[in-house]
Design a protein around this ligand. Structure first.
Ligand SMILES: NC(=O)C1=CN([C@@H]2O[C@H](COP(=O)(O)OP(=O)(O)OC[C@H]3O[C@@H](n4cnc5c(N)ncnc54)[C@H](O)[C@@H]3O)[C@@H](O)[C@H]2O)C=CC1
Ligand SMILES: O=C(O)C(=O)Cc1ccc(O)cc1
Length: 287
């Protein structure tokens, strides 16, 4: 049982975790901290948090668990603010979409107390943000990746893993480096590609006509272009090196397809489509 859970950033991700833990009967009192007073008032109204704190520093006094669910660019300042006020046995975890930058920020802010910080990333979410989008079942059947540090005691890692399992998630572990390399390819690049396509079309003089006729393929490819701009700015910059590598690989693949198309190479095009179609169906036949 968590006696006092502090959620810094009560939006889609932090709010959903609070709702899930409450539903699982794992938490007694939830304190929310954030930038927007209106959002926090809504969080109280929705039963996501019990109390609004004026600052992260004030909130963490007496806490036994702190979840950081702010955009990754905001993590360093939050970690610096809470560091001097964390009770001795209080664990801190995060939900940031990138891990090496958040770990570096924790290392700088917590120094000797680094063992209390267990980095994490729920692989569940949506293009919607804010506490109004939070759902108790967001993590049901989804994966959470923890990237434990050498400084973490096994019991600390297990406590955070148990927290996510109580939310309905399966928990995996890998290094922060492996995490950022993998998610650059399967999450960060697709978001960039979707933003780019929609931005290109939206900037055209006949944009309304294009959008009027766009069908389900366009909808599926671009749903995530409606995602939170500030959050994705932070993710792209935090994972810049890996993302640049993935962008180069994707551009090279597009260049290859462009060459085949320009030459009218039907067999070459079909071979690529064949490989991709089979891989996509093997990955997830039902979606
Ligand atoms: N949206 C998604 O699908 C997923 C997001 N994440 C990560 O979770 C974190 C939160 O994302 P969401 O919940 O989607 O965003 P959100 O926008 O719904 O919630 C973030 C909350 O943090 C608050 N906030 C922003 N800067 C702050 C600051 N400096 N101090 C205090 N509060 C601040 C905002 O007011 C907002 O209430 C991000 O690090 C994101 O990368 C991880 C997995 C999925
Ligand atoms: O909207 C979607 O489908 C997503 O891809 C959600 C998402 C966004 C960011 C993450 O770090 C993890 C999952």
């Amino acid at each position: 049982m968590i006696e006092r859970l502090v959620v810094v950033g009560v939006g889609l991700i932090g709010g959903s975790c609070a709702l899930a833990l409450r539903r699982a009967g794992q938490v007694r009192h939830i304190v929310g901290v954030g930038r927007s007073r209106d959002n926090l008032r809504e969080a109280v109204k929705l039963g996501v948090i019990d109390e609004i704190a004026d600052s992260a520093a004030a909130a963490v006094r007496g806490a036994d668990l702190v979840l950081l669910a702010v955009p990754v660019g905001a993590m360093p300042a939050v970690l610096r603010e809470i560091a001097p006020h964390l009770p001795k046995d209080c664990l801190v975890t995060d939900a940031g979409s990138t891990k090496q930058d958040v770990v570096a920020a924790a290392r700088a802010a917590l120094a000797g107390g680094l063992g209390r910080f267990v980095p994490g990333h729920p692989i569940a979410g949506a293009e919607n943000s804010g506490v109004a989008a939070a759902r108790a079942d967001l993590y049901q059947g989804r994966q959470v990746v923890l990237t434990p540090l050498a400084e973490n005691a096994p019991a600390a890692v297990e406590r955070i893993a148990a927290l996510w399992r109580a939310c309905g998630a399966e928990v995996a572990q890998m290094s922060a480096e492996a995490h950022d390399r993998i998610f650059a390819a399967v999450s960060h690049l697709p978001h960039l590609a979707a933003f780019a396509l929609v931005d290109d079309l939206a900037g055209r003089s006949e944009a309304d006509t294009y959008f009027r006729y766009a069908g389900s393929g366009f909808r599926d490819f671009t749903r995530i272009a409606g995602s939170h701009p500030e959050m994705w700015r932070d993710i792209a910059l935090a994972n810049r090196e890996a993302l640049l590598g993935e962008l180069d690989a994707y551009i090279a693949e597009l260049e290859q397809i462009r060459g085949l198309l320009a030459r009218g190479d039907a067999a070459g095009l079909e071979a690529i489509f064949q490989r991709a179609s089979r891989a996509r169906k093997d990955w997830n036949p039902n979606s």
